[in-house]
Ligand binder design. Structure first.
Ligand code: NAG
Ligand code: NAG
Ligand code: NAG
Length: 402
C-alpha cells in the first residue's frame, strides 16, 4: 500500500483537531553563544514514537504534538532537531531510522508567506539536520544580533514523519536542541521566518522523475519592504543536487546537498549547506527558488516494493530581519536617495508639462497614485517589528493575491 502524507495536510488540521501535548523532558547543556548575556542551551525531548517495520506502510509514521516553547518572553538564537533511541544513542540514516521531515509551527503567529496556514512555519529538518543558527549570521560581524522571539502566549506544534528502513519496528525519541536568551537585550532584533516551497502554499510533495535531471520552481514572491536576509537553509530529498534562491533573476544563495559516503548513509542526503547574509530585499524584488534534481546521479527514494518513486520536495527556509538602513549590498543609501529624488523631480516635471498641455491630465495622474495600494513602510522599532511581521504583508505571492 502506498502511504504518503504530505507536509502540508497536518498543518491544516492544527486549528480544528486537538493535538496531544508531548511529554517534555529538558536537560541543561552548556550555552555556546552569548553566555555573558545569560543565554541557555537545552536539549528537550518530546516523547517516544514506535515506527513500524518497512513492510507496513513503507515504514512511514507520522506524529504530531503540541509542545511548549523552550522559553517564554525570550528569543531563540539556535535550534536543531534530532532523533535518538531510548538509551540515548543516535538514530539516523546510519541506523536505518530516518527523519523524513519534521516541521515546527508557532500557533501564536501567522505564516509570513501563506496566509491560509493556521500557524507560522519556523523550522524544518530532515536527515540533513540543518541547524537554524542565528548567532552565526549578523552577530558574527559584530553588527547585529538576531533571534526568533517567543511571545507570552505562543504555542508550538511539531509535525513530523519518520521512516523506518528495517523489517522490525524501532522506537525513537524526537528532540530539539535550543539556545535562547531568557531576557534578550533590546538590541536583539526579531528574525522572521519565510518558507519558500516549490509546492507553493499547497502540497510540498512534487513527483520525482526516474533517471534524469529535472527542476522545480516555486511561485514568485514579491518583497514589499526592506529586509536583510540573515539565514537560508534548504531541504531536498534524495536525488536532489542543489537549491537556488533567486532574486530578480540573480542567484543569491545556492545550498548544495551533500551525500553520505559511508555505511547505510551512502547515497542519501546527509547534509545541506546553508547561506548566511544573502543580501537584502527592496520593495518589488521578485523572489523564487529552484530545486535541482538528478536521479541518474543520485538514486531517489522508492516505495518498499520498489515500484513507485516517493515524491520529492524543494523548500528553503529563510530568516529575514528588518533592515536598519538602506545600505544593502547593492544599493547604498546615497544611491537610493539619488533615485528617489530623480524620480520625484522627473514626475514633477512630467506632471507640470502634462498639466500645461492638458489640464485634466494632472488629475488623472493623481488619481493613478491614489488608486495604488501603497505597501507598508516598516519602522525599525524592535518592539513593533516582530508584530508587524505577523501581518503577512511583507511578501506577497504563493497563492496570495496582492
Ligand atoms: C537548568 O538551568 C536552569 C536555569 O539556570 C535552572 O533553573 C534549572 O534548575 C536547571 N535544571 C537542572 C535540571 O539542572
Ligand atoms: C495571554 O493569555 C492570557 C490568558 O488568556 C491573557 O490574559 C493575556 O492578555 C494574553 N497575552 C497576550 C500578550 O496576548
Ligand atoms: C530498485 O530499482 C532500482 C532502479 O530500477 C534498482 O537500481 C534497485 O536495485 C532496486 N532495488 C531493489 C531493492 O530492488
Amino acid at each position: 500500500m502506498q502511504y504518503h502524507v504530505s507536509m502540508l495536510l497536518p498543518f491544516l488540521s492544527l486549528l480544528t483537531s486537538a493535538v496531544d501535548a508531548a511529554e517534555i523532558i529538558t536537560t541543561n547543556l552548556t550555552a555556546q553563544h552569548f553566555p555573558e548575556l545569560g543565554s541557555r542551551r537545552v536539549k528537550t525531548t518530546y516523547g517516544s514514537h514506535v515506527v513500524q517495520s518497512r513492510k507496513e506502510s513503507d515504514g512511514m509514521s507520522q506524529f504530531q504534538s503540541a509542545i511548549a516553547p523552550p522559553c517564554v518572553d525570550c528569543t531563540i538564537t539556535f535550534m536543531q532537531a534530532g532523533l535518538e533511541y531510548l538509551d540515548g544513542t543516535t538514530a539516523d540514516a546510519t541506523t536505518d531510522m530516518w527523519m523524513h521531515h519534521v516541521v515546527l509551527l508557532n500557533r501564536g503567529r501567522k505564516d509570513s508567506v501563506c496566509a491560509a496556514m493556521p500557524a507560522q512555519r519556523f523550522f524544518a529538518s530532515g536527515n540533513e539536520r540543518t541547524a537554524v543558527d542565528l548567532t552565526s549570521t549578523f552577530s558574527a560581524l559584530g553588527t547585529q544580533h538576531l533571534g526568533y522571539p517567543v511571545a507570552e502566549n505562543d504555542t508550538f506544534v511539531v509535525s513530523g514523519e519518520l521512516m523506518n528502513m528495517l523489517d522490525t519496528s524501532q522506537e525513537v525519541v524526537f528532540f530539539m536542541v535550543w539556545e535562547f536568551l531568557p531576557t534578550p537585550p533590546t538590541y536583539f532584533k526579531p528574525a522572521v521566518p519565510f518558507w519558500l516551497d516549490v509546492g507553493g502554499c499547497g502540497d510540498s510533495d512534487v513527483p520525482a522523475k526516474p533517471g534524469k535531471q529535472f527542476e522545480y520552481v516555486s511561485p514568485v514572491l514579491i518583497a514589499s519592504s526592506h529586509w536583510d536576509i540573515a539565514f537560508i537553509g534548504g531541504h531536498l530529498h534524495d536525488g536532489g543536487t542543489h537549491l537556488d534562491v533567486i532574486r530578480n533573476e540573480e542567484i543569491v544563495c545556492t545550498t548544495e546537498a551533500l551525500y553520505g559516503t559511508s555505511g547505510l548513509a551512502t547515497g542519501h542526503i546527509a547534509r545541506m549547506q546553508t547561506c548566511l547574509i544573502a543580501g537584502s530585499t527592496l520593495p518589488g524584488d521578485q523572489f523564487y527558488i529552484k530545486a535541482y534534481y538528478d536521479t541518474k546521479a543520485h538514486t531517489p527514494m522508492a516505495t518498499a516494493n520498489n515500484d513507485t518513486l516517493e515524491p520529492v520536495m524543494g523548500i528553503a527556509l529563510a530568516y529575514l530581519v528588518a533592515s536598519e538602513t538602506t545600505s544593502g549590498s547593492w544599493f547604498s543609501r546615497a544611491t537610493l536617495i539619488y533615485i528617489v529624488v530623480t524620480a520625484v523631480v522627473v514626475t514633477g516635471l512630467a506632471g507640470l508639462y502634462a498639466a500645461k498641455q492638458k489640464p485634466d491630465a494632472l488629475d488623472r495622474l493623481f488619481e493613478h497614485f491614489r488608486g495604488r495600494k501603497w505597501q507598508r513602510v516598516r519602522t525599525t522599532d524592535p518592539e513593533t517589528d516582530g508584530l508587524d511581521a505577523e501581518d503577512g504583508l511583507l511578501l506577497y505571492g504563493q497563492g496570495q493575491t496582492k
